[in-house]
Write a protein that binds this ligand. Structure first.
Ligand code: KIV
Length: 271
């Protein structure tokens, strides 16, 4: 029996708990998770949030991009993760083309919540109209700006976004629009640390960075990258936490501590 299964005092974190962490300046730790075994390990290490990311298309399914991931895939993996978590807040990605209209988005988000057990859904891009529709239906939404992996065929390559002043201004405006539309969280991926710092300071909702510097309200990494396993090359902004750890639990614990103490990411893992 797991430690948590014996501990009836452990309660799932809510979006209010995450907002309170931002208010009191406590960093939020997050990792991606795709199955029950890792979900239990991550949860036990005290990580605050688990993101069932469509990165599973690359690290679990072996695709070159996240585009082939389906809603059925996401529901399946979200359910696996939700079953084993006790405390961590669970977010599930809406995959490519699953939020092309507000109604389609609501139907797919409902499946991720009702069958998958997600507490929030994440969507890439500045879709303020869709966010406000979902929030109106009682569906918590996490925005995602900066590098948008589902748009890789338009972008041509994975790169840092917001280096140019006009692009930075656009990302700041979009972040405010998402917050005004009711988004409860925002992920910023691959943006300069200075830009992420500015957005995190301006928004009242927690901003979670990946390749976005240490001044975000929290950090997320793809689990397989930080464990340095799998077929995808570890991006420059990630760190191999297995290098100095004897066990996977140890690596996850070190990551959690490094995020909480604002020791990760260092400038070497930032843009
Ligand atoms: O799919 C994913 O893992 C993500 C993170 C990179 C934020 O969206």
């Amino acid at each position: 029996m797991s430690r948590h299964a014996c501990d009836s005092a452990v309660k799932p974190l809510t979006i209010n708990d995450l907002a309170a962490m931002k208010m009191r300046g406590e960093k939020i730790s997050c990792l991606t998770a795709y199955d029950a075994s890792f979900s239990e390990l991550i949860d036990k290490a005290g990580i605050d949030m688990m993101l069932v990311g469509d990165s599973l298309g690359m690290v679990v399914q072996g695709h070159d991009t996240t585009l082939p991931v389906t809603v059925n895939d996401m529901v399946y993996h979200t359910r696996c993760v939700s079953k084993a978590r006790r405390r961590a807040f669970v977010i599930a990605d809406l995959p490519f083309m699953s939020y092309s209209t507000p109604v389609v988005a609501a139907q797919n988000a409902a499946r991720l919540m009702q069958t998958g057990g997600a507490q929030m859904v994440k969507m890439e891009g500045a879709h303020a109209d869709i966010v406000s529709f979902l929030v109106g239906q009682g569906i918590p939404v996490c925005g995602h700006l900066g590098l948008l992996p589902q748009s890789i065929n338009q972008l041509g390559r994975y790169k840092v976004h917001g280096k140019e002043p006009a692009e930075a201004k656009k990302i700041i405006a979009e972040a405010h629009q998402l917050q005004q539309s009711g988004a409860g969280l925002l992920v910023l991926e691959c943006v300069p640390a200075s830009l992420a710092k500015e957005i995190s300071a301006q928004l009242t909702i927690p901003v979670i960075g990946i390749g976005a510097g240490v001044d975000c309200d929290g950090q997320v990494l793809v689990l397989y990258d930080m464990l340095d396993i799998g077929i995808v090359k570890r991006p420059r902004f990630s760190r191999n936490f297995m290098r100095d750890a004897a066990t996977i639990e140890g690596a996850i614990h070190t990551y959690h501590q490094a995020v909480k103490q604002a020791q990760f990411p260092s400038p070497e893992h930032s843009f």
